[in-house]
Design a protein around this ligand. Structure first.
Ligand SMILES: C[S@@+](CC[C@H](N)C(=O)[O-])C[C@H]1O[C@@H](n2cnc3c(N)ncnc32)[C@H](O)[C@@H]1O
Length: 261
């Protein structure tokens, strides 16, 4: 039986690596790194730094090309496009486990943030396992998510007292508006500034880019037109400067005082 560890490594700050993650890295024989072919050298460097510091036993690093995903598909085609990408990704994982990991050895995937949040590694491993072509078991080491980083850096909670919170994507927010029943909404994977049309509705925004890294940017306040324009400008400037951006934000609808429990 082969062993796989899915290790959450935090969302950008090397100090967010947990003691459990450090131990898991130290117990790994083969690290599988998926190269997305994007120009994010700093993210690759962060992983390499973690291995240099914590991967003590003799180990190998196997880099595989992460299949490209069709992000241009309009919404009706979105789910099939994701399914197709997942299948091709499962093919890559399957080959890695069969060809690159000996029976009884321990392999690891280093996953950005927390593996449970908008990451397909766990789903892909389940799919490979269901194929029955390779005998393996897997464990998950939770990581500090970008959501935890965001709220910590803004020194705020994720929810208001006794109130619900929802985590969603920029795509869903743009298409469906603010979800009913959630006073606090965290938005990830937003390439389209879905917060902008919500300006002037009494919402507060807590926005963060490159959280945990030396380039971190934080902006917060009442989401009115000038603040939405300010975030848009800061975001565009940062993206032009670095060539990529990762940002997350919390939208808060202050609960009525009588409504709090
Ligand atoms: C594919 S998801 C992965 C999320 C990750 N598993 C986590 O726990 O944070 C990528 C999205 O996470 C958010 N994100 C990840 N790291 C971030 C960071 N350092 N700063 C701001 N947002 C980040 C962004 O919304 C980005 O589009």
């Amino acid at each position: 039986m082969k062993q796989i560890q899915v290790i959450g490594i935090g969302a950008g700050d090397p100090d967010q690596l947990t003691l459990q993650a450090v131990r898991a890295i130290g117990a790994t024989d083969v690290f599988f790194l998926l190269d997305k072919g994007e120009d994010k050298a700093e993210l690759v460097a962060l992983r390499e730094q973690m291995l240099a510091e914590h991967a003590h036993r003799p180990h190998r690093v196997v880099v595989a090309r992460d299949p490209d995903r069709d992000r241009t598909a309009a919404t009706p085609g979105y789910a099939p496009a994701v399914d197709d990408w997942r299948r091709r990704r499962a093919d890559v994982f399957e080959r890695l486990l069969i060809d690159e990991l000996a029976d009884g050895a321990c392999g690891a995937f280093l996953v950005w943030g927390d593996p449970a949040l908008y990451d397909s590694t766990l789903g892909t491993l389940e799919e490979v396992h269901a194929r029955g072509t390779v005998d393996f078991d897997w464990t998950v080491v939770p990581g500090v998510s970008s959501v935890s980083s965001l709220t910590a850096r803004h020194r705020t909670g994720l929810n208001q007292v006794g109130r619900p919170v929802q985590i969603t994507t920029g795509r869903r927010l743009a298409e469906g508006g603010l979800p009913d029943g959630a006073d606090d909404v965290v938005v990830m994977l937003d390439a389209r500034r879905a917060f902008a049309p919500l300006a002037g509705q009494g919402l507060h925004i807590y926005w963060g880019a490159y959280l945990g890294t030396p380039d971190e940017i934080l902006v917060s306040g009442l989401l009115d037109e000038p603040l939405a324009a300010h975030i848009t400008r800061v975001r565009e400037e940062a993206r032009a400067r670095k060539g990529w951006i990762m940002d997350t934000y919390l939208l808060r609808r202050p609960a009525a005082r009588d409504d709090r429990s």
